[in-house]
Design a protein around this ligand. Structure first.
Ligand code: GLA
Length: 746
């Protein structure tokens, strides 16, 4: 211990001593498990408390500790779970004696997934009240290793983009103030030691089991200690603890890997799959779905829906999701949120009949709700305007034409539970998409005497509603959504096994979004759909194959009107779904690696089965560049001494993509816009180049040079036709030792 401990053999100028007996004992310059205010540590404090004696000085000192098998579940918040065999918990009891205030620090060690969770509980034993202005879930002080901090930031349709910067003197804060965990800054972040990359080097990872305003900070002190704090954002937060009351902070999640970002992600992925996601869908393969939103928006009839469902069934889709617009007078986003009674104009025979009809077609049925919101043009608002958030004397601010319901109010929560459960129990519903399409404003509830409690009470209200609706209905697959990934966090994942990652389904954007999320969350949690091209938000025109090749690394769905697809496109989709189902377990639960490439216009993703017998690699080209050097496929995660076969997953090339260039491949000149080629495009397609190799894992991981890409000089069937936004999937399978195919040149 002495070897590893920070030494203090000199008194440091301008320091304040904790103990006058010891001239070197200064809290400001040593790593601490927990700190406070008023005793000489001037770094970012984990707690700002107005103590029962009216001061801000705290001095929590160790009293005792206890170690037990298993974890201790929380009273007010969702948290990770694990059996007595899977985890052990250390509880430290600290006391500020003069104030009679107790602080409990919990550490649960999940050894197999290499994760430690931490949280704090504060208890007031004093007859005088105490006010919490800030109380973090954890603090950790680390010696600086030329850290870089990696955060996942963005906004609507550009969620979870990875950003990286050096940790320098001062405090860097990664937080949200929107009332939700937000698409601006995901609560999870990483600290990378200088030189670390995807496969090598030391990485520390942090995340929070919480869906509200979060705060994560890294402060580099003048003595080169990096203090990491994480917890509820103190922004607008004030909580009073009366005698014998306690306050629980959300659970923070920490991990470390010496195997780079991929190593760290592996810990987080296993942890989420095994200790966060729960219920019937934990570890289960997710169905392939069709969502009617981008096909119809608000304009649909029963007939239209059934036609979409029939086409979906034919291509192998397993779950039909009816999105927004099925209730009240919901014909656009100005009205009817809050009125969850079926719109009989659109569904004249009702929702129950419709859900059964879908079931009779052999598919499951899913339904969209946005229960936390209300439009002022709604029966609910007309009857109960007081249910919506507003600050007295001020006109409430709208977001997407809607107001937020007051989830601090038990009556509002009862209303939501009653409305939603009535539908769930009277219709045949297997899946719920729970949306939340704006940030919170006018944060004020008449149910609270102290509005400093509002943001946290809202979350407690949300978790209460979700528990009451979903805990007793574990068969329902719950997909959380918040204008896409505005609430992609571990708190929601305790209820919803999957989350709609983004409203942006453009595959090139998704490489950044799903790629960013993959640092913190497993593929089994990411909703990923194939939609129209040109894309509705970016106007980018991408091949159907690339749209699938990206969405396949997640929970696959389709979100487009299948009616407008040609015969060959529908056939391609049928093939995509069959392929996905065959490899679904691998693509949702396999070990995921972000690949490394020396070219910045390429992305590679790899999914490897636990037993290393099968793997799938995605190779994506963003902007094509003329006459590029070799592309090399550098596989990951294979067994070094195992022999494998590697082959391109066959996919179609649609004639239309080539415009007048078809002259290169046809013996006759045809008008690219003419009848013959238009018809040909509907019924015929070309097959992309297929490459097949065998080799030992070690060789394949050292990199496989691929065939040349098309560069306009010549065409034959061994040329890869990628262009802008082209991609391929490769399947890697264990091969018998005797097989003799083109050996991979090492
Ligand atoms: C949000 C969601 C979309 C869709 C619409 C419906 O934008 O993210 O997927 O459900 O709401 O209004």
């Amino acid at each position: 211990m002495e070897t590893l401990a920070i030494k203090r053999t000199a008194q440091i100028g301008s320091s304040v001593l904790y103990d006058t007996e010891d001239e070197t004992y200064c809290l400001d310059t040593i790593p601490l498990e927990w700190s406070g205010i008023g005793k000489g540590d001037y770094r970012n404090t984990p707690a700002e408390l107005k103590m029962p004696d009216g001061t801000y000085t705290t001095d929590f000192s160790y009293q005792n500790h206890e170690v037990m098998d298993g974890c201790i579940s929380m009273e007010t918040l969702p948290s990770a779970y694990g059996s007595a065999e899977e985890c052990r918990t250390l509880t430290l009891l600290l006391k500020d004696e003069s104030n009679r205030v107790t602080l409990l620090l919990y550490y649960t060690v999940y050894e197999k997934t290499d994760v430690i969770t931490r949280r704090a509980v504060l208890m007031n034993d004093n007859e005088r009240t105490l006010t919490i202005r800030k109380l973090m879930s954890m603090q950790v002080d680390l010696p600086n290793d030329a850290f870089r901090i990696i955060t996942f930031d963005g906004g609507w349709i550009k969620e979870a983009h990875r950003h990286e910067r050096p940790v320098t003197y001062g405090t860097f804060v990664n937080s949200s103030t929107t009332g939700d965990s937000s698409n601006r800054h995901n609560p999870g972040f990483l600290l990378a030691v200088d030189g670390a990359d995807e496969t090598r080097g030391n990485i520390y990872g942090f995340n929070l089991v919480y869906s509200g305003n979060h705060y994560g900070a890294v402060e580099l002190s003048n003595h080169d200690l990096a203090r990491v704090c994480m917890g509820i954002n103190p922004h607008c937060f004030e909580w009073t603890l009366k005698q014998s009351e306690r306050f629980e902070t959300p659970e923070a999640v920490m991990s470390f890997s010496s195997e780079g970002f991929n190593g760290l992600s592996a810990h987080f992925h296993d942890f989420v799959n095994q200790h966060i996601v729960r219920g019937d869908w934990q570890g289960k393969e997710r169905p392939v779905l069709i969502n009617n939103w981008e096909a119809h928006f608000f304009k649909f009839t029963r007939g239209k829906l059934l036609r979409l469902a029939r086409r979906a069934k034919k291509v192998g889709i397993e779950l039909f999701v009816l999105d927004d617009g099925w209730f009240g007078k919901r014909n656009d986003d100005h009205a009817a949120l809050g009125d969850y009674t079926v719109n009989r104009r659109k569904l004249p025979r009702g929702l129950s009949e419709f859900s059964q009809r879908i079931h009779r077609m052999g598919m499951r049925f899913g339904l969209w709700f946005e229960p936390e919101m209300v439009n002022s043009d709604s029966d609910l608002y007309r009857a109960h305007p007081e249910y919506a958030l507003n600050t007295p004397g001020k006109t409430p601010a709208l977001g997407r034409n809607q107001l937020v319901l007051d989830l601090c109010d038990p009556q509002v929560r009862d209303y939501i539970v009653a409305k939603v459960t009535h539908i769930l129990d009277t219709c045949a519903i297997d899946y719920v998409k729970w949306d939340y399409n704006r940030h919170i404003s006018d944060a004020c509830s008449p149910c609270l005497t102290d509005q400093g409690e509002f943001f946290h009470r809202y979350q407690l209200g949300l978790y209460d509603v979700l528990t009451r609706i979903f805990r007793g209905r574990p068969h329902i697959l719950f997909e959380s959504c918040s204008s896409g990934g505005n609430r992609f966090d571990l708190g929601m994942l305790c209820f919803s096994p999957q989350i709609w990652s983004s409203d942006d389904t453009d595959p090139i954007e998704r490489l950044r979004i799903q790629g960013g999320l993959s640092y913190l969350y497993p593929l089994s949690t990411m909703g990923a759909h194939v939609s129209e091209a040109p894309h509705q938000q970016t106007l980018r025109d991408t091949p159907l194959t690339t749209r699938f090749n990206v969405a396949a690394f997640g929970c696959l769905g389709y979100e487009l009107d299948l009616k407008y697809l040609s015969y060959v496109q529908r056939r391609e989709i049928r093939g995509q779904i069959a392929f996905y189902k065959q490899h679904r377990n691998l693509l949702q639960y396999g070990r995921f690696y972000r690949g490394e490439t020396e070219k910045n216009n390429k992305v590679m993703w790899h999914c490897v089965a636990e037993d290393q017998s099968t793997a799938i690699t995605g190779f994506y080209q963003m902007q094509a560049s003329a006459s590029e050097g070799f592309d090399r496929l550098r596989l990951m995660g294979l067994a070094t001494h195992q022999r494998y076969s590697l082959s391109t997953h066959p996919q179609s090339l649609f004639i239309k993509r080539f415009g007048a260039l078809v002259k290169h491949i046809l013996p006759v000149m045809l008008n690219p816009e003419g009848f013959i080629l238009r018809m040909a495009n509907r019924y015929y397609n070309l097959t992309d180049c297929v490459e097949t190799y065998t080799g030992y894992g070690e060789a394949l991981m050292s990199s496989v040079p691929l065939n040349n890409q098309f560069i306009g000089s010549y065409y034959n069937k061994h040329i890869r036709l990628l262009g802008d936004f082209g991609s391929n999937l490769y399947i890697i399978k264990v091969a018998p030792e005797t097989e003799t195919k083109a050996e991979v040149a090492n």
